[in-house]
Design a protein around this ligand. Structure first.
Ligand code: ADP
Ligand code: MG
Ligand code: MG
Length: 906
């Protein structure tokens, strides 16, 4: 085309019309999403009113020019106006046959309702008469004109639209009208005069009658709206760069407000909340676009099914205009075939003729995204691999916990932070001890605390959900709850706990210990009573999509599970083993803590052994169940890790009771607590340091593990795959000492039981020194057989930042941009990730067969998983509820790797 070859000046205007389309769907950067898709639809031969797009480059020029449209734009606009005028047999500004247009914004990314659109442009006192004559409907012409004056004055001239609404309201009141439909043609004429007078009054000059002035004013205003406060805020919230700019679309008007054979509506090509393959949307008879959103009249559903469901009396479009409904359905089929995804469409019907005004990829819930991806693949529109790429892994989190039934009645008494997803209901308890007691009586409880600390862990474990008054998204309660998969609402600041009185107050509501409440960790809501719930499950489209993902992924996915219950749950979600079983949770159990405390208070090794003898059978029983739950799959068990003081009471008033239970003098207990107390437990007497100072603890644990493995193996005939993991190692010598203890126990039990054990001894990598010295740790036949990077602690030790104290620092650091994201949520790839990479490389240099995985919250976060895949780890391990997320993320990482990071979505 001539314009293109002679492109000395940039091409600023792209036409979409019946016999000329300049743009394409993939030109979003230049034409914006709306403009590119209008061009694409015109190419497909769909009924799109003709128009043209002024590019985002003009937007840049406009701002660079001190908010002035660049020279050279006008001739291109005039030529394009001519072209579309020819197509609809009208001329812009002509009195007899006026061409009317809409002026619409449209950036690269959709920013619904954030910028401005002007309809019916080109009307003035003369052209309105032309429109009246041509349409044979003066009332419609006046209705269009008064809408235009109001919209244009608001958007371009900055006159508050409330002024116009008041004029219309007053007029109706004076005349005793309630509906707009009661106004006669003459009435609308009067309204128009009042509107124009109001503009003159406000601005000191009349409403522009010159259609050219109207058009360029509107174009400039739409460009200008890129910098309005609403749009700027929206961009910042959605990470849209400020320098993208918007395009402007000028398009011939079609009218949905020409009587009862006209309408306007919006539709999704599939149901955006369930994903069902059915048209979903609404329309208004005799209306223009903005009426649907404005909520002045209640729109009617498109389909009969939706009408029945909503018990709506007004007819559906399907019943009212069956041919048009069929035509609309056919258009939707074409759009889906072209875009290979569910679309969100805006349409208008003018005198029984259908027009499509916009299409874009529709937003949807997690449930719908699964269903749509699977259906599209099964319909042959996309490949299974594309389907796997379509679902955002993190969105699955919404589906992995019991959730409050959308239809549930609920009374919300407080709202805190959505700290750990899922909903839980139970009786209120205020202490960890009560949580455990009530739980052991078979009751479900919600643990309500000012904030939680490590002593509360057993209570948190016993509780169905956790609610705290203080603390942020990375508070102890939030982090531990997420790890355990317990729903948690933290920082519900309006709550007042009175532990003595056993009450919880939220404003005027006073609840007592034992009263039922429900918390929603997905929204932060606290609700009275037991709200109706939905249980999570891996079924239907969810199961299908994940099974497709499994065919693509290289990384194995395991779960962090401490109890047989969690192990079974994890297996149900597809875990291929346990990557981390923390044995301390077994120590916190109410019957055992006494024996654990005896062990800690023992002065002599012999006393310590006696206490450990009591714990051994209980641990063995736990391990047996765990091994049974994971039959055939590897199970990594970590030796005792936390500092011993965590097992002793902290509060002075608890000390006396414990001393009594143990039969030791209070003074002795107090002295022991003092002895063990630490300034910084994170860097203290824990991990392998415990086993080195008190070898008998590791010995007892190793015995319990191997006795259980021998027994389950003999019973089932399948050897249990045990991986014993030594925590917090920095030096080879540390590993050697503990390995010896474990090895001795294994040999002894093989000898005693006659069973052949299948086990490996490896180490957890949580310290930078360990990562750097990977070669030292893995070298030789007696080196670590596996590495499991504990990325939670490795992040703490690499950054020198304790998670328990991190909340205020994280907040400031995310705000000031030191952290792009919370490094405890998404791995610090360039720092901590580098340590993981180095540790893996050096470990494998010493032992190519070294098995390497990670266990930490990062194992269930997509970005981190992609990194672990890229550096060639063998597996990731995450909480049971995140297993499907990790499976999907691992598949996307593998596919992304194969296709150079390209995804199927556009
Ligand atoms: P938004 O981006 O806020 O959705 P649009 O530019 O899509 O703004 O315009 C909003 C509505 O205005 C459209 O959904 C449509 O109903 C109406 N509209 C826009 N252009 C036209 C036109 N040329 N003819 C008829 N109605 C139009
Ligand atoms: Mg729109
Ligand atoms: Mg650790």
């Amino acid at each position: 085309m001539a314009e293109q070859s002679a492109s000395v000046t940039p091409k600023w205007v792209y036409v979409f019309a019946a016999d000329r389309v300049d743009g394409r769907a993939d030109m979003k950067d230049l034409l914006g999403g709306k403009g590119a898709n209008l061009a694409e639809m015109a190419s497909l031969g769909l009924p799109v009113p003709p128009g043209f797009t002024i590019t985002t480059e003009v937007c840049h020029a406009y701002f660079a020019n001190g908010r002035k449209l660049p020279d050279g734009l006008t001739p291109e606009v005039e030529a394009a106006l001519q072209l579309i005028g020819n197509e609809v047999d009208a001329t812009f500004g002509d009195v007899e046959r006026p061409l009317l247009v809409s002026v619409r914004s449209g950036g690269r990314a959709s920013m619904p309702g954030m910028m401005d659109t002007i309809l019916n442009l080109g009307l003035n006192d003369e052209t309105v008469e032309g429109l009246a004559k041509r349409s044979g409907d003066r009332r419609f012409a006046y209705d269009s004109y008064r809408r235009f004056i109001q919209m244009y004055s608001d958007v371009v001239l900055g006159v508050d639209h409330g002024i116009f609404e008041d004029i219309l309201e007053n007029f109706k009141n004076l005349n005793g009208f309630t509906n707009d439909t009661e106004l006669s043609v003459e009435d609308w004429g009067d309204i128009i005069e009042s509107y124009k007078a109001a503009v003159t009054d406000q601005l000191g000059k009349p409403f522009p009658q010159d259609t050219g002035e109207q058009l360029y004013g509107a174009i400039a205003a739409v460009f200008g709206s890129w910098q309005n406060a609403r749009a700027i805020t929206y961009r910042h919230l959605h990470d849209i760069p400020d320098d993208w700019g918007t395009a402007v679309n000028v398009q011939a008007m079609v009218f949905g407000n020409q009587g009862d054979s006209s309408a306007t509506g919006v539709a999704f090509t599939r149901n955006p909340s369930t994903g069902e393959n059915e048209i979903y949307g609404e329309f208004l008879l005799n209306a223009q676009g903005e009426d649907v959103v404005a909520g002045i009249r209640t729109p009617q559903p498109l389909t009969e099914k939706a009408r029945r469901l909503a018990k709506e009396e007004n007819p559906s479009l399907q019943a009212l205009m069956p041919e048009l409904f069929a035509e609309l359905s056919a258009v939707f089929k074409k759009l889906e075939a072209r875009y290979r995804d569910m679309q969100d469409v805006e349409f208008t019907i003018e005198n029984s003729k259908l027009w499509i005004l916009q299409t874009r990829t529709g937003k949807r819930t997690a449930e719908a995204s699964l269903r749509i991806a699977v259906d599209l693949a099964q319909e042959g529109l996309i490949s299974k691999r594309d389907a796997v790429m379509r679902v955002v892994p993190a969105s699955l989190e919404q589906l992995m916990h019991p959730t409050i039934d959308p239809g549930a009645k609920k009374e919300v008494i407080a709202t805190g932070l959505p700290a750990s997803p899922g909903a839980a209901a139970g009786e209120i308890v205020f202490t960890a001890e009560d949580a455990e007691t009530e739980r052991s009586r078979g009751r479900e409880v919600i643990l309500v605390r000012l904030e939680t600390s490590p002593e509360d862990i057993h209570g948190m474990h016993a509780a169905s959900g956790i609610l705290t008054v203080r603390g942020g998204m990375t508070s102890h309660a939030a982090v531990v709850a997420r790890g355990m998969g317990r729903p948690c609402v933290s920082g519900a600041g309006i709550l007042r706990i009175d532990e003595e009185a056993g009450t919880l107050r939220a404003g005027r509501h006073v609840l007592n210990k034992g009263d039922l409440i429900t918390i929603d960790g997905g929204t932060g809501q606290v609700i009275t009573g037991r709200a109706k719930m939905r249980q999570p499950e891996l079924s239907g489209a969810f199961a299908t999509l994940i099974s497709w993902a499994d065919k693509e992924r290289r990384l194995h996915v395991r779960a962090n599970a401490d109890t047989p219950r969690d192990a079974r749950l994890a297996r149900g979600f597809g875990a291929e083993g346990i990557g981390l079983c923390r044995t301390e949770h077994m120590f916190f159990d109410q019957e055992r803590i006494l024996a654990v405390r005896e062990m800690i208070l023992a002065d002599e090794e012999a006393d310590r052994r006696r206490a450990l003898e009591k714990i051994l059978p209980m641990q063995r029983a736990d391990f047996e169940q765990l091994f049974e739950a994971m039959a055939g799959l590897p199970v990594t068990i970590r030796l005792l890790d936390p500092p011993l003081h965590e097992f002793l009471p902290k509060e002075p008033r608890d000390l006396a009771g414990v001393a009594r239970d143990l039969g030791v003098p209070l003074e002795k207990l107090r002295a022991r607590v003092n002895d063990l107390s630490e300034f910084n437990p994170m860097l203290g007497f824990r991990g392998c340091r415990l086993a080195i100072r008190f070898p008998e603890i590791a010995e007892m644990q190793a015995r319990a593990i191997f006795e259980a493995a021998a027994k389950v193996g003999q019973k089932s005939g399948v050897a249990v795959k045990v991986e014993v993991m030594v925590p917090l190692v920095a030096y080879r010598r540390e590993f050697d000492i503990v390995r010896d203890i474990v090895l001795k126990a294994a040999r002894a039990i093989e000898a005693e039981s006659g069973a052949k054990l299948d086990y490996q001894i490896g180490t957890m990598i949580e310290l930078p020194r360990a990562a750097l010295r990977g070669e030292e740790l893995a070298a030789g036949d007696d080196g670590a057989a596996f590495f499991s990077f504990g990325t939670n602690d490795l992040t703490q030790t690499s950054l020198g930042l304790s998670r328990d104290d991190a909340a205020p620092i994280l907040e400031a650091y995310v705000k000031t941009g030191v952290f792009k994201v919370d490094p405890f949520v998404s791995l610090d790839v360039s720092g901590v990730g580098e340590l993981v990479r180095i540790g893996t490389e050096r470990g494998r240099a010493a032992n190519p067969a070294l098995k390497v995985g990670i266990c930490g919250e990062h194992g269930g976060e997509a970005r981190s998983v992609a990194f672990f895949d890229a550096i060639g780890l063998d597996y990731v391990s995450c909480s049971p509820f995140r297993v499907p997320i990790a499976r999907l993320a691992a598949a996307q990482a593998a596919i992304g790797g194969k296709t150079d990071g390209q995804t199927a979505t556009d």
